[in-house]
Design a protein around this ligand. Sequence first.
Ligand code: HEC
Length: 108
Amino acid sequence: MSVRPIRLGALLALLVLHMAAGAQTTGPDLIHSKNCLGCHRVDAKRVGPSYQNVAQRYANDPEAVDKLTRSILRGSFKKWGAIPMPAQTNVSEAEARQLAQWILTLKP
Ligand code: HEC
């Protein structure tokens, strides 16, 4: 009986670890939490281009993920219009890559 609390603790620890590892943040989660939607819509131009247009433009570009990751991290200028996108400093490199990959799936 005396081992029970320890086992329960271990089980809980495992469960928490498992949940942390399994809690996948998706592209849609990130565009909300990182405020991308302040300037972008998936299917309509706002301050920035729609993500569908971005996906379309880069559809045949083998370096698209790298390019978009860089644009998100460092900002983008004069690729779409007169308004620049500031560097998204609240986004990690891994998140930027995930966002780039997800945006590229949105080709209509
Ligand atoms: C302050 C407004 C603003 C915010 C916030 C913003 N963007 Fe942008 N975004 C723009 C504008 C404007 C452009 C077009 C820039 C240009 O002409 O090069 C752009 C362009 C882009 C592009 C295309 C870049 C390229 O190389 O063609 C991607 C991808 C992108 N944004 C993703 C994001 C993501 C992801 C976020 C959130 C982390 C975000 N943006 C937040 C305004 C914004």
